[in-house]
Ligand binder design. Structure first.
Ligand code: FAD
Length: 474
């Protein structure tokens, strides 16, 4: 696509105001990357405050032929907000209002730039609960969470962002402003465009308002730690806990490498063991003691050595801060990592863990694993040093092995981070050519000129891709 002209720059300034458009290199660099650390400069960044302004920007993009890239906090792990073909980044830093919290109908209406944590705190003050909690919730935005269908530790009991989006206001790539969905518990009029937008990685429309479902805040929570001499034993305990009729609000698994790295960084007092489960149950106070006893019995049956209930709010806070820091702390062992967020059916986590050990040994790379074991979503981090060509090649090969293993276990190659640019070349391993073609037709019908977030999800024609069709039947 072509660079934007001076007349486009002037028109952008006219639409959003001179203070709300930037073309300086220093500022553009701040909008050129996400958590994948890939860098690609946009030509401009604009800070609109209304859907009408966004609509005008998109109409201009169609007539002038430049890309438009929606951007939340830039914390994505798949390159979704990186302007890989240049163009105009639309940032929501001026669209951060919580417009409404309806305590009667348990609904919140928010602008896309609201930080997830801010919404959670605001509703909690009213005794309500917005469960989706990506580990980035202190800085990621509701718009980014919707575009990626973010999950998090609480997904095991409460589901993912998709389960909480009742309706949306969005600007289509061609500039029309649409509302989708409902603000009621039910609604089946027409196709479900809301669900189509959720997880579409900013390629089908720009979300300008979201109607979100809330729940009553659980009365109480208990946090437990259980250690295991082997990852496979911890993994077996995960399924057993749910079979034992306890659905924890979080059920996280952490391996030795991850524990060691995060302990060095956070000094939380985490044990030096092969595997740890961090388990939380919530609900009415009087049911929690019973749940804790059931979880303890199951952990011990599965080889759990130490088991204890965390004491007091301060310890729980420290444990969760440590858990949320694992991803960043892993750089202590190697300067680079490939971070994948595969999911397998919960009962197959033990096979996954065993397979990861074999891949690590066969490829000679360190693999650190942790994550939301309760819903089968394990963050697999292949650690390497990109200065060594051999290590980089081994890491890349290990990732393909991990995906092959995941798909053979009826899993998926991404549970919550999305495809973006990071997983494009693996798309055909999971999706059939017919499914990919159907998705491309949807994209083309929304965005005939391909101006909204181009270069994402679908590999470019002729690009090198991993072997197709490794997924086991559903
Ligand atoms: C330390 C760390 C921990 C993380 N933990 C988790 C986790 O537990 N679970 C999880 O799911 N993810 C996690 N992530 C990934 C990331 O935080 C999420 O994907 C998050 O939803 C991205 O939000 P963002 O505001 O940063 O969006 P960005 O990264 O800016 O954008 C992500 C995508 O959303 C699109 N987008 C943004 N706003 C809009 C909008 N208004 N309309 C349309 N499209 C839009 C962008 O174009 C892009 O494709 C983590 C990231 C980090 C760095």
């Amino acid at each position: 696509m072509k660079m934007i002209s001076n007349s486009v720059k002037n028109e952008l300034i006219r639409v959003v105001g001179a203070k709300n458009a930037s073309f300086s290199r220093e500022e553009l660099v701040c909008y050129a990357y996400d958590a994948t650390n890939k860098l690609s400069l946009p030509d401009a960044v604009v800070f609109p405050s209304t859907p009408e302004e966004i609509s005008l920007v998109l109409k201009m993009a169609n007539s002038e032929g430049f890309p438009v890239i929606p951007r939340g906090a830039g914390s994505g792990f798949s390159g979704g907000s990186v302007p890989v073909e240049g163009g105009v980044v639309v940032s929501f830093e001026r669209m951060t209002k919580i417009l409404e919290i309806d305590t009667e109908n348990l609904v919140a209406v928010v602008e896309p730039g609201v930080v997830t944590w801010d919404l959670q705190q605001s509703v909690e003050r009213l005794g309500l609960f917005y469960p989706p909690d990506p580990s980035s919730h202190r800085f990621s935005t509701i718009g980014g969470n919707i575009a990626e269908c973010a999950g998090g530790p609480r997904a095991v009991k409460y589901g993912v962002t998709r389960d909480y989006v009742l309706g949306l206001e969005a600007v289509l790539p061609t500039g029309e402003i649409v509302t989708t969905g409902v603000r009621t518990a039910k609604g089946v009029v027409g196709y479900d465009l809301t669900k189509l937008f959720v997880g579409s990685e900013g390629t089908l429309g720009i979300v300008t308002k979201a109607v979100l479902k809330l729940l009553p805040l659980p009365e109480a929570t208990k946090t437990m730690l259980a250690t295991f001499p082997k990852m496979t034993e911890a993994a077996k305990a995960v399924s057993a806990i749910i079979r034992g009729k306890v659905i924890p609000s979080t059920l996280e698994i952490i391996d030795r490498v991850s524990l060691r790295c995060v302990e060095e960084y956070s000094k939380t007092g985490l044990p030096d063991v092969e595997a740890m489960l961090l388990i939380e149950v919530d609900g009415p106070k009087d049911s929690l003691e019973r749940d804790c006893r059931t979880v303890e019995a199951i952990c011990r049956e599965h080889g759990g050595a130490d088991f204890r209930v965390a004491e007091g709010k301060e310890e729980v806070k420290k444990l969760w801060e440590a858990r949320r820091s694992i991803s960043a702390s892993l750089y202590r062992v190697k300067p680079n990592k490939i971070n994948e967020d595969i999911v397998v059916p919960r009962s197959r986590i033990p096979e996954l863990v065993e397979g990861l050990g074999k891949i690590s040994a066969a490829r000679g790379v360190l693999i650190a694993s942790f994550g939301h074991a309760g819903d089968g979503n394990i963050h697999v981090n292949v650690m390497y040093d990109k200065k060594s060509a051999a290590e980089a090649a081994a890491a890349e090969a290990a990732v393909t092995d991990v995906f092959t293993l995941t798909l053979s276990l009826s899993g998926t190659i991404s549970g919550e981070h999305g495809v973006g640019t990071a997983k494009q070349k693996y798309l055909e391993m999971e999706l059939s050519p017919a499914a990919i073609e159907a998705m491309k037709r949807i994209k083309a019908s929304f965005d005939p000129k391909g101006i909204l977030n181009p270069g994402k999800i679908f590999p470019k024609a002729g690009a090198k891709t991993a072997a197709a069709g490794t997924k086991a039947p559903l």
